[in-house]
Design a protein around this ligand. Structure first.
Ligand code: NAD
Length: 518
């Protein structure tokens, strides 16, 4: 199937904003962005950007839609989400392929990303029959004290390029069962995936009698992004992306006293203790560091390894990386992300390749030693780089490792004492994901210490790596990662407003705290 046939199958070409590749070439215009396959440079299609008028049309529709949708019983809202999940499941392969074509992640990961929408839809359907509030004993005789959770309003969802479908799914499926309408503003690096997913959700909801639950605006940050975050009609802005973007969103939404749910950058470490199963650690680190070509928020970027196992682990990692890169004439596993053989696809853009090169050069200046990889790959056509391991100097001083470079670079540090390792892992600005490999209960409990003196991240795993979170748990991170939580557990509460209610069933005037008045 050609890329245009794929877009037709998924209904993208029916969107009035879609511009056929041939038409873009002839009339390059500032209000049209082209979506390119990062593995080949092929233009998949173009999108005519929304302007202020189009934004207003969509937002007015969703604001009015909210007033209708919130009155639909939550279990009925759940049935709509169930039907959307089923339709997404039906198109799982096609949508996964589109993710692969548009952002370059390998097909298994592209399809896996769509599976996350199906999974969160399942979870949301169950939730639609709960959304539980508490009842507390009242201190006043004959009174009831309780809380209920109410729909919040239209929710703005801003997504990053690297999870162009799943992050919308995490937000949209929960928000929808909570009674909110959803406006999606995707990254301009992945607008076609957004058009495809939103088209399915909108079509299914419309067919079931709810045409104004889902909306999509595609535009520049200056024209559309800024308009959205300043718009008081959105009580919640859920934004996923860089810490730089999160600071801007937090300040604008904070100024109007709105709520944010921020899912920002990570600089995740794995600690490997001396008693660890080193082979298990090596497998998890390789997946965490090179999966999605290092373009996950949860990518393993730093390895902190005990000196007694450092050499054997480094050897295992270097061997695995060499197999992926392909040395001494052997074929590597980097390349076409649609091929089943491929483990590492391209970076998203030429600019991302330059950032990779700048980080490796900086590491070299800081006396880091490239153990394997380190170069851009120029003969594959797209934006490819070699997965890279950099060993820190003996002093463990490597400032570049404190930054999140969105590429497959793993910085390796060595430690002697566990407290020192935990301090190193916590020393970065971000606090998203972390992991320790150990066979010892005391060591893992030190890492997870209930007084909070262990890992300072939102995710802390034992004997599994930093990436590959499950839907059932709350996902998100602390510090500069923004503090938001999405997906499972009680994350749904972010999409609702809490109302505390005291009911006097006795008919006599009574005040709390024993106050007597009059
Ligand atoms: P980015 O910050 O460049 O863009 C993210 C989104 O924010 C895009 O839709 C962009 O258009 C929008 N945006 C930027 N400025 C805006 C503004 N002023 N107003 C409104 N919207 C604005 O990030 P990216 O390069 O697309 O994604 C990579 C980053 O995202 C990495 O830092 C990664 O760690 C992070 N990320 C975090 C998570 C998480 O769950 N914590 C998940 C995926 C990605």
């Amino acid at each position: 199937m050609t890329s245009i046939e794929l877009l037709q199958t998924l209904g993208v070409t029916n969107d009035p904003r879609f511009v056929a590749p041939a038409a873009i070439g002839k009339n390059a215009r500032r209000d049209i962005v082209a979506s390119e396959n990062p593995a080949t440079g092929e233009v998949l299609g173009g999108v005519r950007l929304d302007d202020a008028e189009a934004y207003e049309r969509t937002v007015s529709r969703l604001a009015a839609g909210f007033r209708a949708w919130r009155s639909v019983p939550a279990p009925t809202r759940g049935q709509v989400v169930r039907a959307i999940g089923e339709e997404i499941r039906t198109h799982r392969q096609a949508l996964g392929r589109l993710v692969t074509l548009e952002v370059g992640k390998i097909l298994a990961e592209g399809v896996g990303e769509i599976q996350e929408i199906v999974d969160i839809a399942d979870l949301a359907v169950g939730l639609s029959r709960q959304l539980p509030g508490m009842t507390m004993p009242s201190e006043r005789a004959g009174h009831r004290l309780m809380e209920q959770w109410l729909p919040l309003g239209p929710v703005g969802v801003i997504t990053a390029f690297n999870f162009p479908a799943a992050v919308w799914g995490w937000n949209a499926m929960l928000a929808a069962v909570c009674g909110d309408t959803v406006l999606w503003k995707p990254s301009l690096l992945a607008p076609l995936t957004a058009m495809a997913c939103n088209a399915i959700a909108s079509r299914v909801a419309t067919e079931m009698g709810h045409p104004d639950v889902f909306g999509l605006v595609i535009g520049s940050d200056a024209e559309i992004g800024e308009r959205l975050i300043a718009d008081r009609r959105f009580p919640l802005i859920s934004a996923t992306g860089s810490c730089r973007m999160g600071r801007r969103v937090a300040s604008v939404v904070g100024q109007r006293l709105g709520r944010t749910l921020l899912e920002l950058g990570g600089n995740n470490a794995v600690i490997v203790h001396e008693d660890a199963d080193v082979s298990l650690a090596a497998q998890s680190i390789v997946f965490g560091a090179i999966g999605t070509a290092g373009q996950r928020c949860t990518t393993t970027r730093r390895l902190i390894v005990h000196e007694n196992v450092a050499e054997s682990l480094r050897e295992k990692l270097c061997t695995a990386y060499e197999q992926v890169i392909g040395v001494n004439g052997a074929a590597g596993r980097i390349g076409d992300p649609t091929s089943e053989r491929t483990l590492v696809g391209p970076l998203i853009s030429g600019e991302a390749v330059k950032m990779f090169e700048r980080a490796v050069a900086q590491a070299d200046k800081e006396r880091g030693q490239v153990l394997v990889g380190g170069r851009a790959i120029t003969d594959l056509g797209g934006h490819f780089v070699q997965p890279t391991i950099v060993l820190s100097p003996k002093t463990n001083d490597l400032p570049i490792a404190m930054e999140e470079t969105f590429a497959p670079i793993l910085y390796v540090f060595t430690y002697t004492n566990l407290d020192e390792a935990i301090a190193m892992q916590n020393s970065v600005d971000q606090g998203l994901s972390s992991a320790i490999f150990t066979e010892g209960l005391r060591v893992s409990e030190r890492f997870l210490a209930p007084d909070g003196s262990g890992s300072d991240c939102g995710i802390a795993n034992v004997n599994c790596g930093t990436s590959g979170a499950e839907i059932g748990g709350a996902f998100g991170g602390e510090k500069d990662t923004g503090g938001g939580r999405e997906s499972g557990s009680d994350s749904w509460k972010a999409y609702m407003r809490r109302q505390t209610t005291a009911i006097n069933a006795k008919g006599t005037f009574a005040l709390a705290q024993g106050i007597v008045f009059g």
